[in-house]
Design a protein around this ligand. Structure first.
Ligand code: NDP
Length: 482
């Protein structure tokens, strides 16, 4: 029975209720976590508020030391954390290990920025006066995290928030609280003072809602769907709370006629089916130049048919189950809509049945061609293992179609022509463009969506701007005595 963390103590909910956390591959219960209430969230916020007075006084170097010590503990506990993550989320163990390492890298990266929060100095701003620009932590910040990358997406908030001197209240997704709780426990072991980081498990509409509406919370870092992000932004407006919103995406991948077709096909297979397609930054629409389309599709189909689906803990599994029944229902409905409108299925297109599959939410990796542009797989975010393929006659046509979306998260182009690559990088309306590269995210580069994919940046030194206030100070000195 997992407990949540409030004021440095592991506690149950005042409700006395628990949520069962299920294994998406087997349908078995993994463990339980408290069903937190608004009062639990308020208590956590009050504890974080008190702890701020202490934590914000620590030097940056001392705060960075705690982060570094925690990173060492992640490495020691990597296998155990990854196994728990696979059990509650469903992803293959290999990917769970990558996620734990990514989390560790993010925390280490921000520990390394320990002396990089800087202000400014403006001499002689007036007679006997100078100006300072100083950076201050915000206070209590909320972190609301989804289930697809429960650990690494939490790390994107913890790293810059703690380094800058803020205290935190974290709300994991209801279906994936367990690894997050274990990870946060390691910060305590590494010497994080009580109350600096609190975790309240429970429903978003209750615990999340309290975090977003509570006036003591100065900022919310939210990762999740565009619909909930919209609600978070509206609620945060009541208290003029700062928000960072990392929302949905529908990343286009463009493959030109001069591309390395084999490398591009490999990147498409990984970029679409990693984490069973449940990634914000995933290739969700594929635009192929007509002349290479047949060749590309043949190579991609061959790769996709080889992807081994199964329980994430089983040796050799490359794709796990979808995280929940509702996720699988959604994918099924989106694929069926495309088929009903005339799309052809090149691979997959159905649930997987038989031993090892019947108790989990498995769905076959799916490729679709001849997809009409108004099909749901083209206009909506596809959060699962299905990829619609479109043919285009030119780069400008590809860019126009790629940009014809409410989303603007990631994008990629494959070409050996620098002019084409530059044109795409400048014109694709997305927070990231990969050129001849798989869609891999880097802590060193700022990341955040255009359009309805979000607001604000995570990663990079830029993220620190979203966890600090910038303040001006004017200092008057006495005139020099002659
Ligand atoms: P949701 O928006 O449903 O949930 C995200 C988080 O918000 C969960 O912790 C949820 O809690 C919480 N929440 C729900 N309702 C509220 C509310 N009213 N107030 C405050 N918090 C609330 O997203 P999913 O979990 O389904 O995640 C998938 C989505 O996340 C996809 O659209 C994906 O593209 C996006 N995403 C974006 C990323 C990015 O960086 N841009 C990265 C990864 C994913 P609970 O689950 O307990 O209800």
């Amino acid at each position: 029975m997992a407990q949540m963390l409030i004021g440095g103590e592991w506690v149950g909910s005042r409700s006395g209720d628990y949520i069962e956390v299920m294994n998406p591959a087997t349908g078995e219960a993994v463990d339980t976590a408290p069903r937190g209430t608004a009062e639990d969230a308020r208590e956590a916020i009050n504890n974080a508020h008190e702890a701020f007075a202490v934590w914000s006084e620590w030097t940056q170097a001392r705060r960075a030391d705690v982060l570094r010590r925690t990173v060492a503990l992640f490495h020691t506990n990597e296998k155990e954390l990854a196994t728990l993550l696979t059990k509650e989320q469903g992803k293959p163990l290999r990917e769970a290990i990558l996620e734990i390492r990514r989390f560790a890298h993010t925390i280490e990266y921000y520990a390394g920025l320990g002396k990089n929060i800087r202000g400014g100095y403006i001499p002689q701003i007036d007679e006997n006066k100078y100006g300072l620009i100083i950076k201050r932590p915000l206070g209590v910040v909320g972190a609301i995290v989804p289930w697809n990358f429960p650990v690494s997406l939490m790390g994107n908030k913890i790293g810059p928030a703690l380094l800058a001197g803020n205290t935190m209240v974290i709300k994991p997704a209801e279906t994936t609280p367990l690894t997050d709780l274990r990870v946060v426990g390691l910060f305590l072991e590494a010497g994080l003072p009580k109350g600096v980081m609190n975790v309240v498990t429970g429903p978003g509409s209750v615990v999340g809602q309290e975090i977003v509406s509570n006036a003591k919370v100065r900022k919310v870092g939210f990762t999740g769907s565009t619909d909930v992000g919209r609600r978070v932004m509206a609620t945060a407006a009541q208290t003029i709370k700062r928000v960072t919103l990392e929302l949905g995406g529908s990343d286009p991948m463009i493959v030109c006629d001069d591309a390395d077709i084999d490398e591009a096909a490999k990147a498409a297979a990984v970029g679409r089916f990693f984490n069973c397609g449940q990634a914000c930054l995933a290739i969700k629409r594929l635009y192929l130049f007509d002349s290479i389309a047949d060749d590309f599709i043949a190579r991609l189909t061959a790769r996709v048919k080889k992807l081994r689906v199964g329980n994430g803990l089983a040796e050799g599994t490359m794709i796990g189950p979808l995280h929940s029944q509702s996720q699988r229902d959604e994918i099924e409905a989106q694929v069926q809509d495309a088929i009903d409108r005339g799309a052809k299925v090149l691979a997959g297109g159905d649930r997987l049945h038989g031993e090892g599959f019947d108790d989990g939410h498995f769905y076959a990796p799916t490729l679709l061609t001849d997809v009409p542009e108004d099909a749901r797989v083209a206009t909506e975010e596809v959060f699962g293992p299905a990829l619609p393929i479109f043919r285009v006659g030119s780069l400008d046509e590809a860019i126009a179609k790629a940009n014809d979306s409410i989303y603007g998260l990631g994008s990629s182009i494959w070409t050996s022509d620098l002019t084409r690559a530059t044109r795409a990088a400048e014109r694709l309306e997305a927070g990231y463009t990969w050129i001849n590269s798989a869609q891999i995210i880097y802590d060193e580069l700022p990341f955040g969506g255009f359009k309805q994919s979000g607001y604000g940046k995570e990663h990079g030194i830029e993220a620190l701007d979203y966890y600090t206030e910038t303040k001006s100070v004017v200092v008057a000195t006495k005139p020099q005595q002659q």
